[in-house]
Design a protein around this ligand. Sequence first.
Ligand code: PAF
Length: 277
Amino acid sequence: MTKLIHLSGELERKNGGNRAVVPTMGALHQGHLDLVDAARERVGSNGEVVVTIFVNPTQFGQTAEFEHYPRTLESDFEKCYTSGVDIVFAPSAAQMYPDAGAPSEYVSVHPGPLGEILEGADRPGHFTGVLTIVAKLLNLTKPDCAFFGEKDYQQLILISQMVRQLNFPVQIIGTPTRREPDGLAMSSRNMFLDSDQRSQATVISQALVIAQETDGSVAEKLRAARFVVDGKIETSYLVAMSNDLSQELAVTDPNPEGRLLYAGVLGGTRLIDNMPI
Ligand code: PAF
């Protein structure tokens, strides 16, 4: 039986098994449920799977974006129940930010240089908000392991870095991106696309696949991908980076190994995706 919990005091462990946590902002889709399945597989039937649902104000640049973010707690809870989640932890903003003063003025986690590039460059302060809330959620839920999707690849790398560098006793596990049948990466933001934009959005994964399939250097792969997206979506970045995102791959590299990362805006909706090169 899934328990819906709003108070952190009730998150005490009830048994001796391992605990896995899946942090989310709700509006759950199959990509989130894949994380839940991976978490269950990891901790087994004696362990506990906790899903956290909290729309975190400090990771949104604009108040309007935060306010319009979908909030679907009832159907999220049903999905968690059907997927065998043990605990849904859905704190209020007052529970997460109990002191006086704006959440943006709280003590926070500095993401370092990796937080300044790609998503961090386009969305200043975003990763400070993400890392701070993830640190708080890990402290409250005290899991043995935590699951994050590769869809938010830079977030996954930054959270792994935070846990390693700040000595959190938790293992971070990434799971592959879940895609729609036409290749679009699943995301809670896809619901903001109208039907034309929804069809147009498929160019993102097509571009990444074409780059993967193009024989040649990084420059040739990126050129092939750009040809697919140009004129169809407003591209913020399309880059080839090392797997740990510490450097861009040399454009002349004839046997590149790393990650292709894309971000673009379609009708006001920001969409990101990535694939191994
Ligand atoms: O990926 C998300 O849904 C959020 O960034 C996270 C990790 C739950 C932090 O709010």
